[in-house]
Design a binder for this molecule. Sequence first.
Ligand code: SF4
Length: 291
Amino acid sequence: MMKQALLYQKLPEKKVRCQVCSHFCLIAPKKRGLCGVRENQKGKLYSLVYGKAIAVNIDPIEKKPLYHFLPGTHSLSIATVGCNFRCLNCQNYDISQGPKPDKPILSQEMPPEKIIQEALANHCPSISYTYTEPTVFLEYALETMKLAKEKGLKNIWVTNGFMSPQTLKLIIPELDAANVDLKSFEESFYQKYCGGQLKPILANLKEMKRKNIWLEITTLIIPGLTDQEKMLKKIALFIKKELGAETPWHISRFFPEVSWQLQNLPATPLETLEKACQIGLQAGLKYVYKG
Ligand code: SF4
């Protein structure tokens, strides 16, 4: 089912401006935004992935990773194709980059009601919007979140945090917890390796904290790219100051064999992971985990 998109502006010459993520794509008729799953058809913007799951799994919540939210439970985890980033280290690139710029949308029909039924039938107390970037399937996620809430299920986003302020405002009443990637503390890394920007992510993190969303942060340590001690210290201090010392920080290991690109880099040495953990603890974080 094609669904008219939320949060867009109609412009002259049947162009539209999508306001779902901080790219704010200007989209001409018959074209899609950067995520590959929002298309301008005759001056109206449509989501191409509403009700179209590419992945539906029952995962331990620790795999999100969330270590301090409903520990020991399973979370019904869903994704559609598409992503607003193009991280060179992506581990789900077949589905995240699949629909760009105009490739077919691969999926199975999975309306929101069915997701709720699956979660309840499998005793999952939460639903995770994950694997790719939930921001780009906002309409689908939001509808599912509302139904989930009615049934007493919790909603979890695993996200790059690059949604627009408008999107964040829409989801916050339904959102219980999030694991947000903080990939680097350098704008240049986000631009060069992800096709994104750091600043909106930091603002969104602060806002989520202000709205009492349970937050856990993940940083992937890529040798030579995101392993500088000074930079990691900045991340740790940001978490401590803005999100609180009790916010868990997950330090994860890069493996070239599962990476979209960057296969020429080595796996993260264990000493580097250990060093990053020490940086977190020294900055005053209470919970630093090696993934
Ligand atoms: S969600 Fe982001 S990337 Fe996709 S069309 Fe909208 S602004 Fe562009």
